[in-house]
Write a protein that binds this ligand. Structure first.
Ligand code: FAD
Length: 418
């Protein structure tokens, strides 16, 4: 920031920011919309943005019970990647990566995408074989992937434990250079501003408490700000998906769990990329402020509370120390949690439901931040056209009945893995 702009920000603050425009309006809800999206996280806001931008549907409301991005969108560890290999996942996540790569330009809002690369460490010859297979499938689909042996990983990431007494030996790693991080709040704010400018009403502090029904069809929502009618209702409520579906009489293969994240005191730049520790559910990156951002496993019990328990803190920090013994004297500054919509095969849903008028985006488990652009894009397509795009065609609710689970082992742990 130049001195001039820093000074003008300061002077403007003294005047109560009177010259600042709102980034989005704060409208009262209209009685009726063509589409109501429930949930003002990244997915709900992106869906509204793409409905308006790609499909010309402008009479839309996004209803959020708290504030924008106050759910998982503002609580995640910001990793974006497209290293998936299962049919059904591969091209969906690559679509998302391509949208990420142009998102700041598209929204004219800096979402701070940082393609710093992601390593998935391998700890046995069998894990190296699995990584080789994954990398070959990614490359066959036009997605970047590299396999590194132990010597190359040691050259690139010298601060990991390569000693003879290492708890988990490092045999090598699979690397995606286009993977990285993005600024989570900015994603919600950028999509919100973009959607607002296309006419979308964003209504915060408004909880959906039920549905309006007409002859078996959902024709709107009941909210804490009154009834709002809608041609179509789309759910993008992450950990609250089971609850909102239950209100519509749907029982989903989803459980809600808390997932925690952690940040340490700041260090000088040390960890350039994102590193996932294949032996445990642990990953690490470094924020622009210098704090190490750590992620770990789920809390094992069902919960809607946005906080977790100490056993998982201990487990995550033990993983951190096993991987990087040099972290052992570092202080943890804070940890927090979000509530995850864990599906039974670890893959999501973007689909019409069996209830007329109700559409579902959910089941994102640990990995829905990276999916935000494509999830919004594909959910908008599904709502507008009443059919899935080929990239979300497998994200159905009936795949369990048909025996077509999308069971992506290796880069996204399953809910029942512990
Ligand atoms: P949310 O951002 O949770 O938005 C849903 C919104 O719905 C909330 O704002 C909520 O208030 C609102 N809502 C709920 N019920 C109602 C109601 N009745 N009425 C109105 N509004 C309602 N993913 C990655 O890809 N990479 C990562 O590194 C990563 N790390 C993570 C780390 C942690 C600790 C957590 C918790 C998650 C992580 N994730 C990660 C997952 C990712 O954050 C989520 O999958 C994604 O952000 C979900 O976005 P969303 O818009 O669907 O949900």
């Amino acid at each position: 920031m130049s001195h001039y702009s820093a000074l003008s920000v300061f002077l403007n603050a003294l005047k109560g920011n009177q010259n600042w425009q709102r980034a989005w309006r704060d409208p009262a809800p209209k009685p009726k919309y063509d589409v109501v999206i429930v949930g003002g996280g990244g997915h709900g806001l992106a869906t509204a943005y793409y409905l308006a931008k790609e499909h010309g549907i402008r009479n839309i409301a996004v209803i959020e019970k708290g504030w924008l991005g106050g759910g998982n969108t503002g609580r995640n560890t910001t990793i974006v990647r497209s290293n998936y290999m299962m049919p059904g996942n591969t091209m969906f996540y690559e679509r998302s990566m391509k949208l990420w790569e142009n998102l700041s330009q598209d929204l004219n809002y800096n979402v701070m995408i940082s393609q710093r690369g992601q390593y998935n460490l391998c700890h046995s010859p069998a894990q190296m074989d699995a990584a080789r297979r994954r990398g070959n499938i990614m490359r066959a689909n036009g997605i970047d992937a590299d396999l590194f042996d132990r010597a190359e990983v040691k050259r690139r990431l010298p601060y990991l434990d390569y000693s003879a007494t290492a708890r988990f030996p490092i045999h090598g790693a699979i690397f995606q250079s286009r993977a990285g991080t993005a600024r989570h709040d900015a994603v919600a704010w950028g999509y919100a501003r973009g959607a607002d400018r296309l006419g979308v009403d964003i209504i915060q502090q408004c909880e959906v408490t039920g549905y309006i029904w007409d002859k078996g069809k959902i024709t709107g929502v009941q909210t804490t700000k009154g009834e709002i009618r809608a041609g179509k209702v789309g759910l993008a409520v992450a950990g609250h998906t089971g609850h909102l579906a239950d209100m519509a009489g749907l029982r989903l293969p989803i459980e809600t769990h808390a997932l925690q994240a952690y940040v340490t005191e700041p260090l000088k730049p040390m960890v350039d990329p994102v590193i996932s520790f294949g032996a445990a559910h642990f990953y690490i990156s470094q924020s622009d402020k210098g704090g190490l951002v750590l992620g770990g496993d789920l809390d094992g019990y069902n919960s809607y509370a946005q906080r977790g328990g100490l056993p998982i803190v201990e487990h995550t920090l033990a993983s951190a120390k096993a991987l990087m013994p040099s972290l052992s004297r570092l202080k943890l500054l804070r940890h927090w949690a979000g509530v995850m919509d864990m599906s039974m095969d670890g893959s999501p849903f973007i689909t019409k439901t069996s209830v007329d008028g109700l559409y579902l985006n959910g089941g994102w488990c640990y990995g829905g931040f990276k999916a935000t652009p494509a999830a919004g894009w594909c959910f908008a397509w599904t709502i507008a056209k009443d059919e899935p795009h080929p990239d979300n065609a497998e994200f159905t609710l009936n795949r369990f009945e048909r025996g077509y689970q999308i069971d992506e082992k290796g880069v996204g742990p399953k809910p029942n893995a512990h």
